[in-house]
Ligand binder design. Structure first.
Ligand SMILES: NC(=O)c1ccc[n+]([C@@H]2O[C@H](COP(=O)([O-])OP(=O)(O)OC[C@H]3O[C@@H](n4cnc5c(N)ncnc54)[C@H](O)[C@@H]3O)[C@@H](O)[C@H]2O)c1
Length: 334
């Protein structure tokens, strides 16, 4: 049984009991901290396949062992904590999913189905992050519309489109309060990314601080949407707090904060580190995936329907990333 929330610190938000699946990943580890700050440690249940390994802030509230492929287990945890909101972040990211397509489907499609079924039974709201990977080669690549052709040719994309459709179906058919965004590449400095096509835009900052040089796996002119983690966290919370009467799309809102190619991020870093050097060694699989994705998405539906308005651009993010990673490096954390 969860304790009563302290209203003097948290009165601004509706009292939620939140379950996080995929809490230890790049996004989940930071989302957990912010959700616990806003709603109280005891109202945010962190799950992991190996909870004994959780420490620090992730262990500062309830934790449970959970595997997304086991629907009955999700049911048990939701009942135990009277969960009303589920953040489902479990997935194999794009490059990893190509090496394990069957498992990627189990987690990214069947796992989503398990979560939606439990949400239907217990009347939970569900946040699900889709991706720029939900688009494919036949999608218009410039200013990609909110509603457009989606014929991805990666297993990651196939699971994301399936999950978007399932989420829409559960809302329309059963009234489950499903909501979500299509994240671009997320850049952060706390937890390393889990094997996606945009990981290079994180790795380049670590390389700039630690080695002074970087080998880019994507070619010059490969433009992709990106976002700094604080904006990604705000998006996940803001969409779940949004007035439902204003949402026409509900699931899979395009959101972006910036679009750049390797040359642009290199130039932004060089302003702070003039001796930094970047070479190219294109990874054919990652390049093919990147080429099938949008250069930049139109996120006007998110701006109109729930006030999406990112704060961080490439210059501000670069300054902050280099500052934080340099501090961590000096402390011997990296
Ligand atoms: N990071 C990005 O750039 C990005 C961009 C677009 C969309 N997304 C989406 O956001 C979500 C989170 O991404 P991330 O970058 O934090 O991923 P990540 O790879 O860093 O973390 C994934 C999490 O899922 C968990 N997980 C994996 N298999 C599981 C299973 N069978 N059962 C339970 N948990 C399992 C992992 O332990 C981990 O905590 C994913 O759905 C991803 O597709 C991420």
């Amino acid at each position: 049984m969860l304790p009563t929330i302290k209203t003097q610190t948290l009165s601004y938000f509706y009292m939620k009991n939140i379950l996080l699946i995929g809490a230890t990943g790049q996004i989940g580890s930071e989302l957990t901290l912010e959700l616990r700050k806003r709603y109280g440690n005891d109202h945010v249940v962190v799950t992991s396949r190996n909870p004994a390994k959780l420490d620090g802030a992730l262990a500062a509230g309830p934790t449970e062992k959970l595997e997304i492929c086991e629907g009955e287990r999700i049911n048990e945890v939701v009942k135990k904590y009277k969960i009303d909101t589920i953040y489902n972040l479990a997935a194999l990211l794009s490059a990893v999913a190509e090496s394990k397509p069957q498992l990627a489907w189990e987690i990214g499609a069947n796992g989503v189905f398990n979560v939606l079924e439990v949400a239907r039974e217990h009347n939970c709201a569900v946040f699900f992050p889709s991706s720029i990977g939900a688009f494919g080669p036949s999608t218009p690549h410039k200013n990609t519309p909110q509603d457009t052709i989606q014929r991805p040719n990666t297993m990651y994309g196939v699971t994301k489109v399936s999950a978007e459709l399932l989420s829409d179906y559960y809302y329309k058919r059963f009234g489950v309060d499903t909501r979500g965004v299509r994240y671009p590449g997320i850049i952060s400095n706390m937890t390393l990314p889990g094997g996606g096509t945009t990981d290079y835009a994180v790795e380049i900052y670590y390389a700039a601080v630690k080695e002074g040089k970087f080998v880019a796996p994507l070619g010059k002119g490969t433009f992709l949407d990106m976002m700094y983690m604080p904006d990604a966290i705000d998006a996940a919370i803001d969409i779940m707090e949004a007035d439902p009467s204003k949402l026409k799309h509900r699931n899979c809102f395009n959101i972006s904060a910036m679009s750049f190619d390797p040359e642009m991020i290199y130039a932004a870093i060089k302003k702070h580190k003039p001796d930094f050097r970047m070479m190219y060694e294109v990874d054919p699989m990652k390049q093919a995936i990147a080429d099938s994705w949008p250069d930049n998405m139109d996120d006007s539906a998110a701006r109109e329907e729930w006030g999406w308005n990112p704060v961080w651009n490439l210059e501000k993010m670069t300054e902050d990333m280099l500052k934080v990673i340099s501090e961590r490096h000096k402390k011997g954390e990296l």
